[in-house]
Design a protein around this ligand. Structure first.
Ligand code: EPZ
Length: 418
């Protein structure tokens, strides 16, 4: 099995262009299925979750071309075979769920297994299916698969019990072809949702309240040739920022939007990590040591993102005192605790809280990855540790991080794939 081999203690210095956002590009690729013209996506990350989305797009009979070097994906969905998605394509990642809304809108029918994704909790899809039912779909689901059928989706008011990112996106993808207006109440406000809305408007949809908790969607999609640039990945920026912080580094991340650190910047400052902003970059300058955080809770946007929680745990393991993290979004997102303990960290968990007593240093160890962001967090810990760290099974990490070893090496980190 391949692994990342890391020699700790090398400060990260220099400049890096940050990849496009995984959680933005997945819904954009799904949305392209609604356009009978050509959709060109620029700035797409070269990651395995994108490969899986394109495999499904091609399974539906669409043309999809990816230029990995330029990051451009071209999709033409003039003709779509309305058929089920094979189990192995669905089970391997969470993004497959987004085809439910799109195929209901385009074909009026979809049958698929439950989506896969990181094992960070039960990850139900009840909000999605309840919403489709309210829009007039006949939804039948068993232990293994889901069947949704609807001749004509109708616009209606949908109040989400929780601002679920995927459910918000799925409802939007269905609503742009529904008869009448759909109002989503308690919508997710993550920027990746706004990106989806912006591109759907380019395709002719009429969407109001983009980026807010109440979104109004009216149909209007027509055959157009459009081009859209994917936003930089804010979680990847945060990950590299924390890697610079624990190595006493000074890096600049080139990004295509200025608000890229929303939800992350306040905590950086509280930890003593300096941030400087330019037109197209954010510079991260590590403080002398990491100031512990008495309490931080993960929250929906614009709060501290759950996708940065594992990376934060690695940083606070080296804090100058006691920190408490509360993971309020997912039930099982502390997989890395056992691995950080192997490195000499002092952490204990009680329910959804982790109590972290900072230590002077971590020591290299052989570590197992169990989810995407946890894997990135273990790389951060390895970059700071004394000695050699082996991070087993890079497959999880490669789902969301494009060329992470090359990028970190370019910044002076001592890491390679073996
Ligand atoms: C998206 O997952 C992201 N994935 C996740 O990123 C991210 O952590 C999450 O949003 C929260 O921000 C993609 O965009 C592909 P949710 P999603 O629906 O949509 C519960 C990463 O590392 N829930 O916002 O699956 C759910 O169990 C990944 O990039 C229901 O109960 O997340 C969770 O507790 C990990 N019923 C909470 O809501 C539902 O029908 C938030 O989930 C749906 C969700």
């Amino acid at each position: 099995m391949q692994s990342y081999i890391i020699e700790g203690g090398y400060p990260l210095k220099g400049e890096i262009r940050v990849q496009g956002s995984k959680n933005a590009v997945l819904p954009l690729v799904a949305a392209a299925l609604l356009n009978e013209g050509t959709t060109v996506l620029n700035g797409c990350p070269d990651i395995s979750d994108v490969d899986k989305m394109l495999e499904i797009i091609r399974h539906f009979g669409c043309e999809a071309y990816q230029d990995r070097d330029s990051g451009t994906i071209t999709i033409n969905a003039a003709s779509v075979h309305c058929e089920d998605i094979p189990e192995d394509m669905v089970r391997s990642f969470r993004g497959s769920m987004l085809f439910m809304g799109v195929m209901l809108a385009r074909c009026g029918h979809i049958e698929m297994n439950y989506p896969g994704g990181c094992m960070i909790g039960e990850r139900p899809v009840n909000y999605h299916l309840d919403a489709f039912r309210e829009m007039g779909a006949d939804v039948v689901y068993g232990k293994d698969n889901i069947v949704c059928t609807c001749k004509t989706l109708k616009g209606c008011k949908i109040a989400l019990p929780f601002p679920s990112v995927g459910a918000t996106e799925n409802v939007i993808l269905a609503a742009v072809k529904a008869v009448g207006t759909t109002m989503i109440i308690n919508a997710a406000m993550e920027p990746e949702v706004a990106e989806l809305c912006n591109m759907l408007c380019l395709m002719g949809a009429d969407i109001k309240g983009i980026g807010s908790k109440i979104i109004l969607i009216r149909k209007g999609i027509e055959k157009r040739n459009i081009r859209y640039t994917v936003m930089s990945d804010r979680i990847v920026v945060g990950t590299y920022a924390y890697a610079a912080a624990v190595t006493g580094g000074d890096i600049s991340c080139i990004v295509n939007r200025q608000d890229i650190m929303t939800g992350i910047s306040v905590l950086c400052k509280r930890m003593g990590i300096k941030l400087k902003y330019g037109n197209d970059y954010v510079r991260i300058i590590s403080g002398k040591n990491i100031t512990s955080i008495p309490y931080i809770k993960t929250e929906p946007y614009p709060g501290f993102p759950t996708d940065m929680q594992s990376q934060l745990m690695s940083v606070l393991s080296l804090g100058n005192g006691m920190s408490v993290i509360e993971e309020s979004i997912f039930e099982k997102r502390y997989h890395i605790v056992s691995e950080l303990l192997k490195m000499g960290a002092d952490i204990r968990t009680e329910g959804n809280r982790a109590y972290i007593c900072g230590v002077k240093s971590l020591k290299g160890a052989k570590l197992e990855v169990k989810d995407l962001r946890g894997g990135a967090a273990l790389i951060i810990a390895g970059l700071a540790a004394d000695g050699t760290t082996t991070v087993l099974d890079p497959g999880y990490i490669d789902r969301g991080y494009e060329k992470i070893a090359d990028n970190l090496s370019e910044l002076g980190g001592n890491i390679h794939l073996a």
